[in-house]
Write a protein that binds this ligand. Structure first.
Ligand code: CA
Length: 457
């Protein structure tokens, strides 16, 4: 009996020891059936070091997988799948916002063009009626030129005494065709330092193409007398498409403009109308939207320094250039100061030139030409002489008229001018570089100039 009891006790002891070392492993075999493996080390093997069984192997494999997942989720700023998803979503949102913005701008542009079309149709109808009236009228006898009355002389609104068109009396406009005064061919007597007549205009040089629809039209400028904190190389730009034009971009120099990296973005307190703005002596001068109010905005203090109505000036589509685009009031700067080109109901749509006080914006003196403003694409002033461009769409057009404020005389000319991108909405003389600055269908361009020597008289 005792030996049997001893055997049972030994068996129980061994079982308990074996239970400590036993392990169960559960998994699928190759055929997919559930397989249970129960492992009990033999007393002989139980002294061997535990090297893990299939369960340990399984745990190790799962741990390995988890480690890979964690490292993927936390790996660097490249982010994991979640970060990539969030990035893609924000990019999509941004693209959507951009597309909606562009659609709104295009909608505004479409409405503007429709209004312009309506205006043009009305103008065509008016001209048709005018032609009809003229056809039915007997030819008037040619009368000698009537000299301007003393009151007109005193008012400063001098008519061009020697302008042939006036020989036929007001309110006729000079026909800008046929008898063209040839510009003297360059003979080495011209230079780029004097203030003589314009001799020639070079090929357009492209500095930048706008990135999106907002830059289809615009104005760019450089201050010929820059004021601190802005240096003389600073270039300014306003994209003028849409109805909420108030952003003024500043670039350190031409190179930064070309690269499209503004160093300054100013939000103007009053909305801008069209492409007639200019900068001079540390101020931006522009026409306030839907008004004849001129604004002088001080660039250093970022505030309005002066505002004044330009007396009787047409605005918002009353007397634009042939391009339209509410180009009723065109401001610019030359060797003689600040100028405004516009028209009034008194001038019946003819170009009026006024020299302005740059501090107060008061009109110092005015000249009335007999060139219908809507018949020319744009104009610019160099050395007190106004030049008009015939077409804003023709690839090869001409500068077709010059009016000299010094003599109050105008004449037809024909200086070749190129609209490289077929839609020139802004042309101005830039005194800082002595070039023409223009905005041609998304493109910021400049033209070199050749001026003749100033006449001795
Ligand atoms: Ca202009």
């Amino acid at each position: 009996m005792f030996p049997l009891l001893l055997l049972c006790m030994c068996g129980l002891l061994l079982r308990g020891d074996a239970q400590d070392r036993a392990s169960l492993w559960k998994g699928n075999d190759r055929s997919g059936r559930c397989q249970y493996t129960f492992t009990v080390p033999s007393p002989a093997e139980s002294s061997c070091p535990q090297t893990g069984g299939p369960e340990m192997e399984g745990l190790k494999a799962r741990l390995g997988l988890l480690e890979v997942l964690v490292s993927q989720l936390t790996a660097g700023d490249a982010g994991g799948p979640q970060a990539a998803g969030a990035r893609a979503q924000s990019e999509l949102q941004e693209a959507l916002n951009r597309a909606v913005g562009e659609r709104n701008l295009l909608q505004g542009e479409k409405e503007r063009l429709e209004r312009e079309l309506g205006g043009l149709q009305r103008r065509v109808e008016e001209m048709r009626r005018e032609t009809e009236k003229l056809r039915n009228r007997p030819c008037p006898p040619q009368t000698p030129m009537v000299p301007p009355s003393p009151s007109l002389q005193n008012s400063g609104l001098m008519r061009p005494a020697g302008d042939s068109a006036w020989q036929y009396g007001p309110p006729g406009f000079q026909e800008l065709k046929a008898e063209v005064t040839e510009v003297p061919a360059p003979d080495g007597s011209d230079d780029n330092t004097g203030c003589g007549e314009l001799v020639s205009v070079g090929e357009p040089v492209t500095h930048r193409r706008a990135d999106n629809i907002a830059g289809k039209y615009g104005v760019w400028m450089q201050d010929p007398e820059a004021v601190s904190p802005y240096g003389p190389n600073m270039v300014w730009r306003i994209d003028t498409i849409g109805t909420e034009v108030r952003q003024l971009f500043g670039y350190e120099d031409m190179e930064q403009l070309s690269k499209g990296f503004p160093s300054k973005v100013l939000l103007l307190p009053e909305l801008v109308e069209s492409t007639g703005a200019t900068v001079y002596r540390g101020s931006l001068y522009y026409q306030r939207r839907r008004s004849r109010t001129l604004i002088r905005y001080d660039l250093a203090s970022e505030s309005i320094a002066a505002r004044r109505d330009l007396p009787h000036a047409g605005f918002h589509g009353q007397y634009p250039y042939s391009w339209g685009g509410y180009t009723d009031i065109d401001l610019s700067v030359d060797e003689q100061g600040l100028w405004a080109v516009y028209s009034t109901s008194k001038a019946k749509g003819a170009i009026v030139i006024s020299q302005l006080d740059p501090n107060t914006l008061e009109v110092k003196r005015s000249w009335e030409t007999n060139i219908r403003k809507s018949s020319v694409a744009n104009s610019f002033i160099i050395c007190g002489k106004l030049y008009t461009v015939a077409s804003y769409t023709a690839h090869d057009t001409i500068i077709n008229y010059m009016y000299d404020t010094a003599t109050s005389q105008g004449k037809s000319i024909a200086i070749p001018f190129r609209n490289k991108y077929f839609y020139n909405c802004m042309i101005d003389y830039n005194l800082a570089q002595r070039k023409l600055f223009a905005w041609d269908n998304f493109h910021i361009v400049s033209y070199d100039l050749r001026l003749g020597r100033k006449q001795a008289n």
